[in-house]
Design a protein around this ligand. Structure first.
Ligand code: BES
Ligand code: ZN
Length: 928
């Protein structure tokens, strides 16, 4: 009934790894073992110069086909305006059948229509003309271009035609396209459901379509499902009819005019919260049966955000309902399908009373981010994938604004500093790329979902917002949305709208940040009552990359905000540093100077030694984000070899009284980086050093919450205990953790929710087989997604090779979901106890991983290779990728390899000196 459709060319094998990817939380500066595990981040006509990489990145067969540089863009001779799609999934056989009527405009006479389709079989191809002519056609698939060619016996003359297609496909297990997910109920019975994930280029796997963001259309969807199953799509259901034995056909209202990557179908045994009305929109949270009690928090967050964005954007939500759905198997963190946002369970469902601050913040973030997309991304969409930053950077920026408005006490813009620093970690590499970057092949689309798009993008938007003022910025955003609603736009369109609102030439300031890689290191020297400022590109490896076109003259327009203390009074000055150097006059000689006041600037600061010293002696005068910047910038310069590692380690002594968790995160993250660089025999000294730095703050906070204490303090307590128990190998903390865990087993309220994850991580670090067995059992029977994650990642925190190997093995035998498996391998890869064996494991099991991990996972897994900082490992890693034909898309692999190089060089330069320094310092420490 569903015979395979003929292929024009044989399918291409080999390269795998196009990886849609959540933005990472880590960069060269802040290793992310100190963050909660992730859920486990052109047109020829364009007016603005883009840095175009002119190497031909098409696959060999494509290059063989001549000069068709646009083989990834469909011809515009036939374009769709409306799809009516009817799908009937069969969950038992994991297949589905589909019918589709597409209204198209034929612009030039054609015998052949080309659209996208992958791994589909065609059962019917027909075209109906404006005058009622009917033509029967034939379909042939071209796997090399992801296309289907529909050939007709006669030409289709210009006008409005309807294509009628019949097709079928499989519900795959790869978490993209139309795929199968499963879950176990309380009785242990397995249930199967189906869901979709189309961004960036996988709608073509579910139904034949013009799968490019600029080819917007209206979608009318019907899903035929078994009784007892819920069907969800982008709009509210408008009709249900019986459709065969124990099945019904659910028809949904027309969608807005939108891009294919935003279409969604979800079919399963689901339950939902009561709807909450936000203006005219009912909002619901959906999950598999038995989990509704975990949905209240997201419902509240979602309702707040929907209302917040309607006001911010000044445009009512353009859909007829908004569903937030938790999907048990989900590769990314969440996806902004219009009206039907999908999430991995950890990003939506939570037991609020048992969750840590970080876990709650993550849910608020993801919910805010995806709802922000309903306008920015869904209503107005980038014209092509090179502009994906418009979507993602903006949603990330709005995520902060909304969460900050919802919970001002969380100080979300301060914790955003961690993300900014992570982006600087990548953007300080020669292998960085401009935020907006040429994209051709699908794999390169997927490679765009990285720290540069999300976090650098959001950082430069924040910098601009602060530069022109928040109200003006919002006004520009409103104009942009109104001008382009239901259509597509480019970066230049956003600049035009912001320019209109501000009366300022936006491209002049912004193009350097968006269309060029890298960021400046701003040098600061005091000369009497003048400050001398300089700028040059910051890179970890120093000298410009050979042949790099941007070096050495690249300059930015840097909005510099300076705060100085002059005769005991604070003075603030702003300056747009446009030249390589400039002077800033102050009313008198400064006692100290902060050269990125407020921390909004996407640049690092290099203070002359005397200024650095005076700043470090006046930390009390700095805001948390400014202290964060001081630590982050200083460590980056130590990584680059511009400052000594000992100098950095000395500086950390000033932070014993630190009260901000983000500042602690950057301090502890740097010490974890050092821990990976040193030899094993220096580790004990480093552990003692960690205890020396973090103990006073931890002792001050104690183990138990105090009345009236805020959420951030509680989270800080958890972070510090974890740093001591794990990185500091602190026996007292470990003993107390054991004690507390025993109490927790008797009474689950005995340990504060922010402290519990630290207790678990500490026991993994200090424990053995008994703890492993306990955590494995708890992972298997977890009562919330957060609990499941904690115990899962605890299984990566042991020291014993035998136990870590068991964990690695579980990523392949189906016990650990494929959505989590690559992250679990990565976690072992960045552990000093696990990295050697995780690397062996990858080498030994790569072919299996390639088969069973979702393609989106490889990038996240290989991100961990930068922890392999030994020259022997580095050589192996470099050889591994070409030997196996692994490509990660864009510049991702080059970035990982360069980060590894930075680490190996740091080790070669510093390891011995650090060991000697630590030995000295530790000998002088009071024993305790
Ligand atoms: N649009 C993305 C999700 C996506 C991108 C899926 C590329 C597949 C390929 C979504 O809006 C997103 O950014 N999700 C993030 C979470 C967000 C809070 C940063 C993610 O999935 O990590
Ligand atoms: Zn997004």
């Amino acid at each position: 009934m569903c015979a395979p459709t003929r292929h024009i060319h044989a399918p291409l094998h080999g390269v795998n790894g196009g990886s849609p990817d959540r933005r990472g939380r880590a960069g060269a500066t802040v290793p992310d073992e100190w963050y909660p595990p992730p859920g486990p981040r052109e047109d020829a006509s364009r007016a603005v110069p883009t840095v175009v990489d002119d190497t031909d990145r098409r696959s060999a067969p494509e290059r063989g086909r001549g000069s068709d540089v646009n083989s990834h863009r469909l011809p515009r001779t036939v374009v769709p305006s409306r799809y009516d799609i009817r799908l009937e999934p069969d969950l038992d056989t994991a297949t589905y059948t589909g019918e589709e009527a597409v209204q198209v405009e034929v612009r030039d006479e054609v015998n052949e229509v080309q659209l996208n389709a992958v791994e589909l079989s065609f059962t019917r191809v027909e075209a109906e003309g404006p005058d009622g002519t009917r033509l029967e056609g034939a379909a042939s698939l071209d796997p090399a271009t992801d296309r289907v060619h529909l050939r007709f016996p006669r030409a289709l003359h210009p006008g409005e035609w309807t294509l009628r297609l019949g097709f079928c496909g499989t519900l795959n297990d790869q978490l993209h396209g139309f795929y199968r997910s499963s879950f176990k109920d309380a009785e242990g019975r397995t249930h199967v459901m189906a869901a979709t994930q189309f961004e960036a280029v996988d709608a073509r796997r579910a139904f034949p379509c013009w799968d490019e963001p600029a080819l917007k259309a209206v979608f009318g969807v019907t899903l035929v499902v078994p009784d007892g199953y819920t069907a969800i799509s982008n709009s509210a259901p408008i009709r249900e009819e019986p459709a065969g034995p124990a099945r019904r056909a659910v028809t949904f209202g027309d969608t807005i005019r939108m891009s294919t990557y935003l279409v969604a179908f979800i079919v399963g045994e689901l339950e939902s919260t009561e709807p909450v009305m936000v203006g005219k929109t009912p909002l619901r949270v959906w999950c598999v049966q038995g989990k509704r009690h975990l949905a209240a928090y997201a419902r509240t967050a979602g309702a707040f955000c929907l209302d917040f964005f309607e006001h911010y954007y000044g445009i009512p939500y353009p859909g007829d309902k908004l569903d937030l759905l938790a999907i048990p198997d989900f590769a990314a963190g969440a996806m902004e399908n219009f009206g039907a946002i999908t999430f991995r369970e950890t990003a939506l469902l939570v037991d609020e009373g048992a969750a840590s601050h970080g876990e709650l913040e993550r849910i608020a973030d993801v919910v805010a981010h995806e709802i922000a997309h309903m306008w920015f991304g869904d209503l107005v969409t980038m014209a092509w994938w090179n502009g994906i930053w418009l979507n993602e950077a903006f949603a990330t920026f709005m995520e902060m604004l909304a969460v900050d408005a919802w919970k001002p006490e969380w100080q979300r813009w301060v914790s955003f500093g961690v993300s900014r620093a992570a982006a600087m970690g990548v953007d300080g590499l020669h292998a960085s790329r401009p935020i907006e970057y040429d994209v051709r092949a699908p794999r390169d689309c997927e490679a765009m979902f990285d720290l540069l798009t999300y976090e650098k993008g959001a950082s430069v938007l924040r910098m601009l917002e602060q530069h022109i003022g928040p109200d003006t910025f919002r006004e520009g955003v409103r104009l942009y949305l109104r001008w382009h609603e239901y259509e597509n736009a480019e970066t230049t369109d956003l600049w035009k709208a912001l320019g209109e609102a501000s009366g300022q030439p936006i491209p002049e300031v912004m193009d350097g940040w968006v269309f060029h890689p890298g960021y400046p290191l701003v040098g600061v020297r005091a000369e009497g009552s003048r400050l001398h400022l300089t700028q040059r590109r910051f890179t970890y490896l120093g000298d410009p990359a050979p042949g790099s076109a941007d070096e050495p003259v690249q300059l930015w327009r840097v909005p510099v905000t300076v705060r100085a203390s002059i005769a005991g009074q604070p003075v603030e000055r702003k300056l747009l540093l446009a030249a390589a150097e400039d002077d800033l006059a102050l009313p008198g000689p400064p006692e100290w100077v902060v050269a990125n006041a407020g921390g909004h600037g996407f640049y690092r600061v290099a203070y002359e030694p005397a200024l650095l010293d005076r700043l470090a002696s006046n930390l009390g005068a700095l805001a948390p984000i400014e202290r964060f910047g001081l630590v982050s910038d200083t460590f980056a310069q130590a990584q680059a070899g511009d400052l000594s590692a000992e100098g950095f380690l000395d500086l950390t002594a000033r932070f014993r009284d630190e009260t901000d968790r983000n500042v602690w995160a950057v301090v502890v993250g740097a010490l974890a980086y050092v821990n990976r660089a040193i030899d094993d025999d220096a580790r004990e000294s480093l552990e003692a050093f960690v205890r020396d730095r973090a103990r006073p703050a931890a002792l001050r906070l104690g183990w138990d919450p105090r009345p009236g204490e805020n959420e951030l303090t509680r989270q800080l307590r958890g972070d510090l205990l974890r740093a001591l128990g794990v990185l500091g190998d602190d026996p007292e903390i470990q003993a107390e953790a054991r004690e507390r865990y025993a109490r927790y087993r008797a009474d689950e309220h005995a340990v504060e929710p922010n402290v519990l994850p630290a207790v678990i991580a500490t026991l993994a670090r200090a424990g053995g087989e008994a703890e492993y067995a306990e955590f494995l059992e708890r992972f298997r029977h977890a009562r919330s997604p957060q609990e499941e994650q904690r115990y899962l990642y605890a299984l990566t925190g042991f020291r014993q090779a035998e136990l870590l190997n068991q964990t690695l093995q579980r990523t392949l035998d189906g016990e650990i979901r494929s959505q989590d498996a690559p992250f679990v391998v990565r976690a072992v890869l960045v552990s000093v106890w696990g990295r050697a064996l995780a690397w062996e494991f990858i080498k030994g099991h790569w072919e299996t991983m390639r088969r069973i991990f979702p393609p989106s996972g490889f990038r996240r897994m290989f991100d961990g290779i930068s922890a392999l900082v030994r020259p022997e490992w580095e050589a192996e890693v470099r050889a591994f990728f070409p030997a196996h034909g692994i490509e990660l898309g864009g510049k991702i692999l080059d970035q990982y390899l360069e980060q590894l190089r930075v680490g190996v060089r740091f080790r070669e330069r510093e390891a011995a000196r650090i060991a000697a320094y630590l030995g000295r310092v530790v000998r002088e420490m009071p024993t305790r």
